[in-house]
Design a protein. Structure first.
Length: 286
DNA sequence: CACCATGTTCCTTG
DNA sequence: CCAAGGAACATGGT
């Protein structure tokens, strides 16, 4: 679920729900996700604190918190890792097996659950400092992109995952953007010509914007997903896999027909991660 | 049992 | 110091 678009959709949904809510108590069920913040300081800052705002930076959720009896705002930094979820759950319901942190807000709990515990819920903002520009922001210019790609011998697909180049693209949208731009994922970053850089720049933005739009149309409070009872939930939309027009054009489609030319989509491994592409539509340099 | 998984960080190698 | 590659983290699905 969680690359930039999924986090953006989650932030938009959570913001009005959390706004103004006071944290009555904090239940830390897996201290690992707080790292490097200690259980003690985490609890101390957040107990009695109020949610005053919520924004996004790359794949991070930034909760603005006003601690009890203090004027100074703090930032609670959230990250979903690979399998993290955040949602509200009526108090008293059975907690999910992998609940990592539970904030009691009165009649309702705000849950951070994460099966693999790769995610974060921390007061330490250190991870944010090396992030590159937001792909949908004004700082992400074609010129910036071109300059950052120019020196690198690394394959362009791998380069797109570098969060200091541009922040928020993950493994799914890296493949999708390259397909959209018709550029081979194996092409060395420095080998992209001016036209390709511009095409890829546009494709990145297009792919992310469309994913946000798609996510915004999906009901987040559906029932019948097996767990069913959640008031709020963000996850893979149950109907997503059943839509005839596939939302994702290449990711996880190895062996299936390219939507443009019908050629079989190929899966390769780069930097120990899967890349999907059409060997015909995405040739080397041209 | 084998391999795969939407992410980040750390360690090693060159 | 830098770039690049791979393992580690932890759990579950197929």
């Amino acid at each position: 679920m969680p690359e930039l678009p999924e986090v953006e959709v989650l932030v938009r949904h959570l913001r009005p729900l959390l706004q103004g809510k006071v944290i009555r108590s904090v239940d830390i069920r897996r201290a690992r996700v707080l790292r490097p913040t200690s259980v003690r300081s985490f609890t101390q800052v957040l107990q009695g604190a109020k949610f005053v705002g919520l924004t996004r930076r790359a794949k991070y959720l930034l909760f603005e918190i006003k601690p009890k009896a203090k004027t100074r705002l703090r930032t609670l930094v959230g990250h979903l890792g690979m399998t993290g979820r955040m949602y509200l759950l009526p108090k008293g319901r059975r907690l999910p097996k992998h609940a990592a942190v539970v904030f009691n807000l009165g009649a309702i709990d705000f849950i951070f659950e994460d099966t693999r515990y790769f995610g974060r819920m921390t007061l330490d903002p250190v991870a944010l400092k090396d992030l590159g520009p937001e792909p949908l922001g004004d700082d992400f210019t074609v010129e910036h992109f071109r300059r950052k790609l120019s020196g690198s011998a690394q394959a362009i697909k791998v380069k797109l995952l570098d969060q200091s180049l541009v922040a928020g693209i993950g493994n799914i949208y890296a493949s999708e953007a390259l397909f959209r731009a018709q550029i081979s994922p194996r092409l060395a970053a420095r080998r992209l010509n001016a036209a390709m850089v511009e095409r890829l720049w546009g494709a990145i933005r297009q792919v992310l914007i469309e994913a946000i739009e798609f996510g915004s149309t999906v009901a987040l409070d559906y029932a019948g997903n097996g767990e069913g009872e959640r008031l709020f939930y963000y996850g893979k939309a149950p109907e997503a896999s059943e839509v005839p027009e596939e939302r994702l054009q290449v990711y996880d489609r190895a062996g299936r027909a390219c939507v443009r030319c019908g050629t079989s989509i190929k899966r390769i491994v780069q930097a120990a991660r899967s890349t999907f592409f059409c060997p015909k539509c995405q040739r080397g340099a041209f």
